[in-house]
Design a protein around this ligand. Sequence first.
Ligand SMILES: NC(=O)C1=CN([C@@H]2O[C@H](COP(=O)(O)OP(=O)(O)OC[C@H]3O[C@@H](n4cnc5c(N)ncnc54)[C@H](O)[C@@H]3O)[C@@H](O)[C@H]2O)C=CC1
Ligand SMILES: O=C(O)C(=O)Cc1ccc(O)cc1
Length: 315
Amino acid sequence: MTAPSESFAPRRDEPLFGRLAIIGIGLIGSSIAHAAKELNLAGRIVLSDRDEAVRTRARELDLGHEIADTAAEAARDADHVILCVPVGACGAVAAEIAASLKPGAILSDVGSVKNAVVEAVLPHVPEGVHLVPAHPVAGTENSGPDAGFPSLFLNRWCILTPPEGTDAGAIARTRHFWEGMGALVEVMTAQHHDLVLAITSHLPHLIAYNIVGTAEDLEAVTQSEVIKFSAGGFRDFTRIAASDPTMWRDVFLHNKEAVLEMLGRFSEDLSILTRAIRFGDGETLHKHFTRTRAIRRGIIALGQEKPETEKLRKP
Ligand SMILES: NC(=O)C1=CN([C@@H]2O[C@H](COP(=O)(O)OP(=O)(O)OC[C@H]3O[C@@H](n4cnc5c(N)ncnc54)[C@H](O)[C@@H]3O)[C@@H](O)[C@H]2O)C=CC1
Ligand SMILES: O=C(O)C(=O)Cc1ccc(O)cc1
């Protein structure tokens, strides 16, 4: 199947899909387009975006093989259609392309929330079309067609959440597509996905948006010292808090229950730490920090993250 290659992942001799349609040409859509073209995952890659300026830029960047003016045009006759738009737009785009989807096609997405996307998209999926939702747990704080790069998904998880009874062949083809881009694939229910991601991704983003906002509110008091002396911790938060506002508004509006559940637990734990500080309970603080340090070391041991000191060393 694979030939020796200079690429970041093996290039296929034969494409996996005849026609791939990507709707939404932002960070994720353009990254898929780069990877799928470079690795020969699809014979023809057609992209579309509702924003004309984005379509023009995608043509300049030579993304895929063709930029269509409408989502319906891009999806026509496609074997694999991926919605790469904000979570709140998935239902409307599915309605827009429904009549263009051919029997046997796989309809997928990349949304950071899964249950709400399935609920919004499923009513528009024609008979014979397979819905296989996906979430690549890989990204950056940047957005738009210039932000994408082909190795974004390399060694990163991609979670598939097919509704019960989904055709096994369609799930397997979607798995092979993401594995083809170097991702590690896991299958779970949409509900479980949303609960896990609420604590591992959505809550951390909310905390970052909040702390950077609080710091900005204090600027008058601190006279720019927040920015000047922002050491590692705060700087990391500013990167996360620079993430796309539309995308993250949609994440919180569409994963409301799970995020509120995790936020409740977070607040309870924060109260314990607050009490410990107030009453000088060093033992509680030390115990807590020891436990969290072990979690970080576990992530590094699994090879999913490099120690900061290694990142700082010159290559
Ligand atoms: N940014 C990240 O790090 C990650 C994002 N995701 C998910 O991927 C999806 C896309 O995110 P990004 O690529 O970061 O966003 P982005 O903001 O870079 O691009 C989204 C694109 O969708 C287009 N769009 C919006 N509504 C549309 C519609 N109705 N029809 C056609 N095009 C439309 C916009 O014009 C924009 O070009 C989101 O659902 C997000 O939750 C998943 C993993 C990581
Ligand atoms: O930039 C970061 O650190 C991210 O966390 C990127 C990201 C954002 C949203 C997702 O659904 C998955 C990954």
